[in-house]
Unconditional design. Structure first.
Length: 200
């Protein structure tokens, strides 16, 4: 079997994969899409990508056989950049075991109650003077804007703001609960910087 040369580019919603198989016969090309696996076969040539860096939607993914290459469109289940095709990074759409000892059982993650969390944080929040915190009041207009935006928002908007800000490590603030409520919010550091988790 010959492994084919390939390259890709991506957006937050999908990944476009180019497989360089010149003169491929559409009748002979076999492609299979699975949530974390992609397989391409044509005669003695093949390309298997597993595990994919993130989960795809097999029903929406498709391909086109051209004269020089085969173009494959992988539709992502969770929006965000992968950076690479394969990797054993945790899949944000899959629940994981709570400990190494229970690797055979899948444990369903407990849903967070974003309403309760919001109420708790707001009840604890007090005005801080610049004397107590040098960062307070540094950009009062911006702080006031977000405070007012939050105070005037409906429940879904508040939940979206809390969830997006909390899960993205403060790098994303969304008011769209329809989008944010579906999956964990990815960390998106500013361009030119890299996100690192500090060990506790």
């Amino acid at each position: 079997m010959t492994t084919l040369r390939h390259e890709f580019y991506e957006t937050d919603e999908k990944l476009t994969l180019s497989i360089f198989d010149k003169g491929a016969d559409p009748e002979q090309v076999k492609i299979s899409f699975e949530p974390r696996k992609f397989t391409y076969e044509h005669g003695d040539k093949s390309l298997v990508l597993e595990p994919l860096k993130g989960q795809i939607d097999p029903a929406k993914s498709d391909y086109t056989v051209g004269k020089v290459k085969v173009e494959v469109r992988l539709v992502k289940m969770a929006h965000g950049r992968w950076g690479t095709l394969v990797g054993d990074a945790p899949d944000p759409l899959t629940a994981f075991p709570t400990s190494a000892a229970s690797t055979t059982t899948t444990v369903r993650k407990q849903q967070k109650n974003w309403d309760r969390l919001t109420t708790e944080i707001l009840s604890k929040e007090k005005e801080v003077s610049p004397d107590q915190d040098p960062n307070a009041g540094g950009d009062a207009a911006v702080n006031d804007f977000f405070r007012k935006l939050y105070a005037d928002a409906d429940d879904d908007t508040r939940r979206a703001m809390m969830k997006s800000y909390s899960e993205s490590g403060g790098t994303t603030l969304s008011t769209n609960w329809d989008e944010v409520g579906k999956a964990p919010v990815e960390v998106k550091p500013p361009e030119g910087s890299e996100w690192k988790k500090w060990a506790a």
